[in-house]
Design a protein around this ligand. Structure first.
Ligand SMILES: *[C@@H]1O[C@H](CO)[C@@H](O)[C@H](O)[C@H]1NC(C)=O
Ligand SMILES: *[C@@H]1O[C@H](CO)[C@@H](O)[C@H](O)[C@H]1NC(C)=O
Length: 185
């Protein structure tokens, strides 16, 4: 068991090094990163997702910094079944700005890197799927629904540099009534 785990970790480390040159935000502060964000950009290259690209909406999420340094993320996503709340739990790593989480959907550990944020306006976040880049994502989070053009350009440049085709780099419109009006925050 333990040997397998060590082997898996070593493969992950090697894969991470092969991707290289994406580093977390220098001096990352989870306290400043916490709070409400809108996902105003998403690069997502999964063939299964392609038919839904034009239906994507800018979901709202709330990051809660836990005393342990781990993170709870609550996302409100507009789906064909209505507005759905999803909870995610990210575990801190030894590198500030880098987290891991277990995806029940894909049944594997993934890692999340906050690549660039200035806390008050935007954040660029990279999600890795280490064994197969199919589901790797780049997301642009913003504190409000208006994002400056230079920030959108940064997001697109990062996604292109990670090998995403232009048509998979999306800047969706805001959701309407998701979360329903009257929801706190
Ligand atoms: C974080 O999420 C876990 C699991 O969903 C939950 O049990 C816990 O209460 C949450 N903590 C906070 C501070 O929101
Ligand atoms: C964050 O970025 C925005 C947009 O580029 C800029 O207007 C703002 O001044 C920045 N804030 C800080 C604290 O750097």
């Amino acid at each position: 068991m333990r040997t397998t785990a060590v082997a898996v970790v070593m493969v992950m480390v090697c894969m991470r090094m092969a991707r290289a040159d994406v580093k977390p935000q220098k001096d990352f502060s989870l306290q400043r990163f916490a709070g409400k964000w809108y996902r105003m950009g998403l690069a997502y290259d999964s063939p299964g997702f392609a038919p839904f690209r034009d239906k994507l909406k800018a979901s709202m999420g709330v990051i809660t910094a836990l005393p342990s340094g781990n993170v709870n993320l609550t996302m409100w996503e507009a789906t064909p079944l209505g507005c759905q709340v999803k909870m995610y739990h990210y575990e801190k790593t030894s590198v500030p700005g880098q987290f891991t989480y277990f995806s029940t959907r894909h049944n594997m550990v993934k890692d999340i890197t906050v690549v660039d944020t200035n806390y008050t306006d935007y954040a660029l976040v990279l999600k890795h799927k280490v064994f197969n880049r199919e589901y790797t994502q780049v997301a642009l989070y913003a504190r409000s629904h208006s994002v400056r053009n230079n920030v959108i350009q940064k997001f697109k440049a990062l996604a292109l540099s990670q090998g995403f085709p232009a048509e998979s780099i999306l800047t969706p419109p805001p959701t309407e009534n998701c979360p329903p009006s009257g929801t706190p925050r």
